[in-house]
Ligand binder design. Structure first.
Ligand SMILES: C[S@@+](CC[C@H](N)C(=O)[O-])C[C@H]1O[C@@H](n2cnc3c(N)ncnc32)[C@H](O)[C@@H]1O
Length: 298
């Protein structure tokens, strides 16, 4: 494997087409929650925003709608295919005046150093701390040292600026009521996979501590859990697409699938039938948002 391919592969969930589909499904159900989080954190018109681990661009596009034409959003993403998709979506959504996507690794990204900032037009000159806000969704938990990364990236935010992180918790074992064994077993696969790769499945719950350890001020926090069960509910596509996207990784990690489970495009429908038969209410992932302002004295 080339050096570049090796580095891309070490994002746990990979970058295959199924993962891209999973990201889009996830983005659609969590969109309104993320938007509310960013607004509550203080994102507003005219701001400059750095979106880390921008994936297919969904958070950057929400930020772009908030900051408007007088603002600017830079998405940083390591996967070149995702960057290409994000740029295409920016063009078709009319966001190109506000949003740019840069193909770079967060551990090296430096807005002051175009070579390390990847290939996008980032910040050619300007202050050392060029952003009003740092945002990231479902990315901090995948970084090898989230505290060090947050400390470094917050260093690109001006004094008094905003840091907002949005991460998840898939550690619960009590995710259907009355219990739907197939739902519970499929859900548990996600936490098992995280653990197998040394990632805390309940990372989102640790955001306060991560912020404090990174030297930031005590954050405000908010949480939400996707909930459903009614036929047609998004929870089915969420879990179905997630298990389908990670199936090869589950096998590699030696994590056994529930007996008789067929993982294909029908999985969401299979889950829906099982939940309907058990007349259950089911939970999807719990997500946590944390936000704070940097000390005004810098
Ligand atoms: C779960 S996805 C979330 C994408 C997007 N933030 C969203 O919520 O739709 C995490 C993204 O972070 C990216 N990523 C992970 N580690 C990275 C790193 N070290 N540098 C840049 N991007 C990284 C992955 O490639 C992936 O696209």
């Amino acid at each position: 494997m080339s050096h570049a391919a090796e580095r891309r592969a070490d994002y746990l969930l990979g970058h295959a087409a199924l993962e891209q589909r999973r990201l889009l499904v996830q983005a659609s159900y969590v969109r309104s929650w993320t938007e509310r989080l960013l607004r509550r954190a203080g994102l507003t018109e005219g701001m400059s925003v750095l979106d880390i681990g921008s994936g297919l661009g969904d958070v950057a596009f929400i930020a772009a709608e908030i900051v408007g034409p007088g603002g600017r959003v830079v998405g940083v993403e390591r996967d070149p295919d995702a960057v290409e998709v994000a740029r295409g979506r920016a063009a078709s959504g009319g966001h190109t005046d506000i949003v740019t996507f840069t193909n770079a690794d967060l551990t090296e990204f430096d807005p002051m150093c175009p070579g390390l900032a990847g290939d996008g037009p980032v910040v050619s000159d300007g202050p050392r701390r060029p952003f009003d806000a740092l945002v990231g969704r479902f990315v901090l938990q995948y970084l090898p040292d989230p505290v060090a990364a947050l400390r470094r990236l917050a260093g690109f935010v001006r004094p008094g600026g905003i840091v907002v992180m949005h991460d998840m918790d898939v550690s619960s074992r009590d995710v259907s009521s009355p219990p739907c064994p197939l739902w519970n077993d499929c859900y548990a696969l996600l936490a098992d996979l995280f653990r197998a790769h040394g990632i805390a499945p309940d990372f989102g719950r640790h955001l306060t501590r991560v912020f404090l350890d990174a030297g930031l001020l005590w954050p405000d926090v908010d949480s939400g859990t996707m909930t459903g069960g009614k036929p047609g509910s998004t929870v089915f596509t969420w879990l179905g697409s997630a298990v389908q996207a990670v199936e090869p990784l589950l096998r590699q990690a030696g994590i056994a699938l529930p007996d008789g489970l067929v993982v294909d495009d029908e999985l969401a429908a299979t889950l829906e039938r099982a939940v309907r038969d058990d007349r259950s209410m089911v939970l999807g992932n719990t997500h946590h948002g944390a936000w704070t302002r940097l000390d005004r004295s810098g």
